[in-house]
Design a binder for this molecule. Sequence first.
Ligand SMILES: [Zn+2]
Length: 336
Amino acid sequence: MTAWEVQWRKGLFLPASGLWLDASHGVPRGVITHAHSDHIGRHQETICSEPTARLLHCRLSGHREVHILPYGQEEALTFDTTITLHPAGHILGSSMVHLRSEAGTLLYTGDFKLRQGLAAESCAPPRADVLIMETTFGLPKYVMPPEDEARAAIIRFCRESLADGRVPVLFCYSLGKTQEVLAALDPVGPPVMLHPSAMRLTRIYEQCGYRFPAFREFDPYMANGHVVICPPPHHGEGLLRHLPARRTALISGWALDSAATYRYRCDAAFPLSDHADFPDLLKLVELVQPKSIWTVHGFAREFAATLRERGWDALALGRENPLELPLTNPRSKIPS
Ligand SMILES: [Zn+2]
């Protein structure tokens, strides 16, 4: 049996099929696993799920050829390779990429989450011989609390802030986290305002069948009595300067870090993530049962070492961990 050849060049590249995965620059033919800005590029031909195509249309200007691939539908990529997308559970439309050829099967997870969110499809990873997985939270300390607990704490924070005469401001990225938190809020609770960058994206979720409590666009002069959802401070602070009576909270897996409130200059932090935590990274490997594993993003090198300790054939791949790449050969062969 031959081997899968994978190169890391601002995204993953499979030379045998001419396919890029999550390239951050324009390429002839690329899969975009989801519409977060660090995973998208202006490709000549884009392969993605239908919801991702809608979100891309909103986020990337210009015309492009988009090949929509429904979840679970296996299609020919080249004369000897097929491609299938599976839900990744990260945000609306997020996909895992499953390839099949004479080299066997390969699964690239993109960003994923095994726990069921309120605003994403259920993750359904298939088995594969080779697994390339994201490892954002690849250290044992990153264990998320039950999501119901985190959601209840966020609602309590909002109620208490309003009772104190302050506007609760929840720092959430515009795509994914905003909709996840919005869906968790009480439909008969206080009214909600969203940052302008999240308005159109949230409408796309509604077009795809998701239902949310009522919301309107953020207006600092009308915000009293509302819950405000906006991006973290380095993006959203300007809009908040007209809102002095506020309490702020970061909603992110990074809230598990003790310095989160200091780092993000907020009053509170709640660990609700759209990524797999450490136990779920391990669980994914058990579900996929790969013969070999490559890790990318976040604590890739550390998590690859953890996997090796547990008997798996695992290596880190990517910019973060150049020492694990062969120094004399920028190409790396993955045995199938
Ligand atoms: Zn993402």
